[in-house]
Design a protein around this ligand. Structure first.
Ligand SMILES: Cc1cc2nc3c(=O)[nH]c(=O)nc-3n(C[C@H](O)[C@H](O)[C@H](O)COP(=O)(O)OP(=O)(O)OC[C@H]3O[C@@H](n4cnc5c(N)ncnc54)[C@H](O)[C@@H]3O)c2cc1C
Length: 416
């Protein structure tokens, strides 16, 4: 399926009844060069770049459910590259650059909207920390602006600036940050991979990994055994369970994170804003709903729903930041399973099993990483070596003492 002005016109005059499916629905073949487990953003992006950049097209993406059913279709759609550490910054900035050209690249409207991401600060110490982060961003060629209180007032005059406990003193702004329509990213990558020959196979759950003499041979699935030369795991919240099939015990815990959407209101917040005095962040969707979220629920879970105390906690922080939203009704909420690593940073690496590669530990920030993750994971699989941008995301960094603890929380995944 290709999209152009002509196909739009043709389908408009024929009542939109003749659009071809955006990707095929192939049956699994007996064997592939590469199998990717997980048809989320990272798995699909990996398959896309394997085909597009490395010319490896005998590839299958195996997804146990439907495309977009995982975190790629559950996140709050924020993209940014406002990181502090050298291990993170170039990687996330490359992701931002890929986002900037993505729609042209895969010829699909993903509604990339660089509307700005503003992190509020409320104290001198927090301002200093943001100034440091902004400087680190500048050193890596990333845009950052430190706003004072008036700068924030000019953008959002209705925030609660004079709250006695948490007065807003300013914010760190990345204008190139913003939002992207999350499920369209899965669809765009799926379509781009499929058109290059990749088999995107839905309703195909991997139930076992066959390894002989330390070498990957293939996967058991609910649709039979499928052989492969190389196997990439990109199962996000289920990473530990899938890796366990290969005998790996990952430094990852699974936690639930909730998101919320309000009823539609008139245009109100035109960027993404995070509260520095509590865990709350918000943007407004093109349909008018406020899209917001906060912290993970704080206990290990594989359930994709959260608990009420966290709902209360998030909404309290939101009302504290913007009292005007107290009368807006919440329309719906949902949860996703986060693969929380021990330092809050991801893993893109080879494993000790020959032909087995791992992509995991994205915590609650993996959506923005989708393009760069796919780019670097595809490189690792194709070349059997780490990409220089993901060289810090090695699995053995915890053993070697090279954790990338961006938040400074130590090995406490519930706090990252
Ligand atoms: C509420 C919420 C808000 C978030 N907000 C943001 C945000 O604003 N910005 C940001 O950067 N990140 C955000 N994230 C995090 C981000 O969504 C994830 O880090 C990222 O989507 C994970 O990668 P993925 O897209 O590949 O995951 P997924 O879409 O979850 O893909 C993994 C896939 O693997 C499949 N799978 C699992 N086990 C198997 C198996 N055995 N066989 C076959 N398939 C299997 C699953 O069904 C799933 O589809 C948020 C997450 C949530 C839940």
């Amino acid at each position: 399926m290709t999209y152009s002005v002509f196909s739009l016109l043709k389908n408009a005059v024929t009542g939109h009844k003749n659009w071809a499916p955006a990707w095929r629905d192939p049956a699994p073949k007996p064997a592939y060069d590469v199998i990717i487990v997980g048809g989320g953003g990272h798995g699909l992006a990996t398959a896309y770049y394997l085909a597009k950049v490395h010319g490896i097209t005998n590839v299958a993406v195996l997804e146990k459910s439907w495309l977009g059913s995982g975190n790629i279709g559950r996140n709050t759609t924020i993209i940014r590259s406002n990181y502090l550490f050298p291990g993170n910054n170039p990687f996330y900035e490359w992701s931002m650059k890929l986002w900037e050209g993505l729609e042209q690249d895969f010829n699909f409207n993903a509604m990339v909207s660089q509307r700005g991401v503003l992190n509020l600060y409320h104290s001198d110490a927090q301002r200093d920390a943001y100034a440091r982060r902004g400087n680190a961003m500048h050193m890596h060629g990333v845009d950052a602006e430190l706003l004072d209180e008036q700068g924030v007032r000019d953008m959002y005059p209705f925030f609660n600036f004079d709250d006695a406990r948490f007065p807003i003193r300013g914010g760190l702004l990345q204008r190139r940050g913003g939002t992207v329509r999350h499920d369209a990213v899965a669809w765009g990558y799926a379509r781009g991979a499929d058109s290059r020959g990749v088999d995107v196979i839905q309703n195909c759950e991997v139930t076992g990994i066959r390894i002989e003499k330390g070498v990957v041979k293939g996967v058991e699935t609910n649709r039979g055994y499928i052989a492969c030369n190389k196997l990439g795991l990109a199962a996000a919240g289920n990473s530990s369970e899938v890796a366990k099939m290969a005998g790996l015990k990952l430094p990852i815990e699974s936690h639930v994170l909730q998101a919320f959407v309000s009823e539609a209101i008139k245009p109100f917040i035109d960027g993404v804003v995070t509260y520095g005095a509590g865990h709350f962040y918000v943007s407004q969707s093109d349909k008018g709903g406020l899209v917001f979220g906060g912290d993970i629920d704080g206990y290990n879970s594989y359930a994709r729903r959260g608990n009420l105390p966290t709902v209360e906690h998030v909404i309290e922080a939101g009302v504290s930041m913007i009292p005007a939203i107290s009368r807006v009704r919440v329309l719906r909420s949902w949860g996703g399973i986060m693969d929380m690593s021990m330092d809050g940073s991801p893993i893109i690496d080879k494993t000790d099993v020959k032909g087995l590669y791992l992509n995991a530990g994205w915590c609650y920030g993996g959506f923005k990483a989708t393009p760069a993750s796919g780019w670097c994971f595809a490189h690792t699989i194709a070349k059997d070596e780490a990409h220089k941008l993901s060289a810090a995301y090695r699995l053995d960094r915890f053993k070697r003492g090279f954790a990338i603890d961006e938040k400074g929380m130590g090995a406490q995944p519930n706090l990252h």
